[in-house]
Write a protein that binds this ligand. Structure first.
Ligand SMILES: Nc1ncnc2c1ncn2[C@@H]1O[C@H](COP(=O)(O)OP(=O)(O)O)[C@@H](O)[C@H]1O
Ligand SMILES: O=P(O)(O)OC[C@H](O)CO
Length: 491
């Protein structure tokens, strides 16, 4: 009886594979960094062939560490979402580098059609923003010579990274995606649970390009036997933030996870109801199992750990990300200094691409410590903005916030977060919740687990940070942040 689950986590900056025991124990892991290409201001591209080659390498390395593929019951896949690839069905060759979710080249295209945002939002739960796949597909069809005619003739295939990897893993046999990834394209009707003809017509996307949409735990074919020595069933797929919801066992309505990596993505489970935000949060899928959709409300912050990288690499105030904690601990407060990390505009709930970063409130006493601490604090203030937006949308506030991602190693940050939100913050034992979520879905699809609820018993807390800041100080600090954000906004 196979005892392990192989998970692929293809992220924006790295590709990793992990082997889990059925009880959630980590048996092996391998990871490689992914180079980023910035060919023009605001453009971000990935080499899709490189992503596939890296995926193969890390899977083989993890399997080798873990003793081979014989014990693997199934493979689960999770990925950076929205990133768009179009390839030739006949050769498997991409017609252009992948357009990454951060790529803003279609900003004007979207801006010119903003009058349509309301009906598109009604169907998709999203905004008419370059972040999502549809305008990227339109750009590729309009700018790669001959692409539109070839797409209409059925010669080309579109996919987000999950679909691209399933195609390659299956030796070109399976062209499929899961519902969570589909829900980030602007082409998927959230309530109906399928591609939407009206949206396809609006974005000019031929039906022949699109993959089949499946549940998150489903039959996505098997890996080509030549790849790993035997055919491994592909049984679980979800976008990375959705996989983290599962890995964090946020299965009940009102439960929230926040992942602090390059950016921060906060997702609240809203159950079987689509909650429509009045504060520009996204309505999206948490997961779809046995044809039943569980929905979520999502807030995306573009700069979290990336702001700490800026401190380290651009202004060189710190030597390592971990050093930020020492500076922050060395002070009682920033003495009125705020840093708004709107380096590429502001994400949710502001969605202001024109806003730019600022440091406010400097005096002659301000130094490196104040700026470093203000940068860390900005991550917590932005999280509070999202929580306030969720509260404004009528969501029940969570009993605790479950956190993961590289930044949560910073204990000072986690305590300040709990203080500022006035909500306990819980850090899990297994930090790789995204890969774990993919493995859980694969285990579900392969029949190793009976239900998500059954596996949620594996989730264990490493530490809980209790709010301790007096209310008066908390609200005074937050009011100062709102004032600072108000000064950098473009409208
Ligand atoms: N101790 C720390 N304090 C603050 N930020 C940290 C710390 N350790 C790592 N980071 C930040 O976390 C990020 C890496 O997290 P990770 O989850 O690996 O990101 P991603 O998956 O988006 O590439 C980096 O941006 C880094 O600056
Ligand atoms: O790859 P990550 O972890 O930066 O996540 C990217 C998100 O899925 C983009 O929506």
């Amino acid at each position: 009886m196979p005892q392990a689950l192989l998970a692929i986590d293809q992220g924006t900056t790295s590709t990793r594979a992990m082997l889990f025991g059925l009880d959630g124990a980590v048996l092996a892991r391998a990871q490689v960094e992914l180079p980023q290409a910035y060919p023009e201001e605001g453009w971000v591209e990935h080499d899709a062939m490189r992503i596939w080659a890296d995926t193969l390498d890390v899977c083989r390395a993890a399997l080798e560490q873990g003793g081979g593929s014989d014990d693997v019951a199934a493979l689960g896949l999770t990925n950076q979402r929205e990133t768009t690839v179009i390839w030739e069905r006949a050769t498997g060759r991409p017609i252009h580098p992948a357009l990454v979710w951060q790529d803003r080249r279609t900003a004007d295209w979207c801006q010119a059609r903003l009058a349509h945002e309301a009906w598109i939002g009604e169907k998709t739960g999203l905004l008419l923003d370059p972040y999502f796949s549809a305008s990227k597909i339109a750009w590729l069809l309009d700018h790669v010579p001959g692409a539109r005619a070839r797409a209409e003739a059925g010669e080309l295939a579109f996919g987000t990274i999950d679909t691209w990897l399933i195609w390659n893993l299956s030796g070109g046999k399976v062209h499929a995606t899961d519902a969570t990834n589909a829900s980030r394209t602007l082409l998927y009707n959230l309530a109906r649970g399928d591609w939407d003809e009206e949206l396809l017509a609006f974005f000019g996307v031929p039906r022949a390009l699109l993959p089949e949409v499946k549940d998150c735990a489903a039959d996505f074919g098997v890996t080509d036997p030549a790849l790993f020595g035997r055919a491994i069933p592909i049984r679980g797929v979800a976008g990375d933030q959705q996989a983290a919801v599962i890995g964090q066992a946020c299965l009940a309505p009102g439960m929230v996870k926040a992942t602090y990596g390059t950016g921060c993505f906060m997702v609240m489970n809203t159950g079987s109801e689509i909650l429509r935000s009045r504060h520009r949060l996204l309505s999206t899928l948490a997961y779809r199992l046995e044809g039943r959709s569980t929905y979520a409300l999502e807030g995306s912050i573009f700069m979290a750990g990336a702001a700490v990288q800026w401190l380290r690499d651009a202004v060189k105030l710190i030597g390592s990300a971990a050093e930020s904690e020492i500076w922050a601990r060395g002070l009682d407060g920033t003495r009125g200094v705020y840093l708004v990390p709107a380096f590429t505009g502001l994400g949710a709930p502001y969605w202001d691409p024109q806003a730019r970063g600022a440091i406010l409130g400097l005096t002659r006493d301000s130094g490196i410590g104040e700026i470093v601490r203000a940068t860390l604090e900005s991550v917590c203030y932005q999280t509070r903005d999202l929580l306030e937006a969720m509260r404004g949308d009528g969501a029940r506030l969570p009993a605790a916030l479950r956190v993961d991602g590289g930044m949560v190693a910073n204990d000072w940050l986690m305590q300040f977060l709990a203080d500022l939100l006035d909500t306990p913050v819980e850090r899990p034992v297994v930090a790789e919740t995204t890969a774990r979520g993919a493995a859980i879905l694969a285990g579900l699809g392969a029949g190793c687990y009976g239900s998500l609820e059954e596996v949620s018993a594996h989730w264990a807390r490493e530490r809980r940070f209790e709010p301790a800041m007096p209310a008066e100080r908390r609200e005074r600090l937050y009011a100062g942040w709102l004032d600072a954000v108000g000064r950098v906004r473009s409208h």
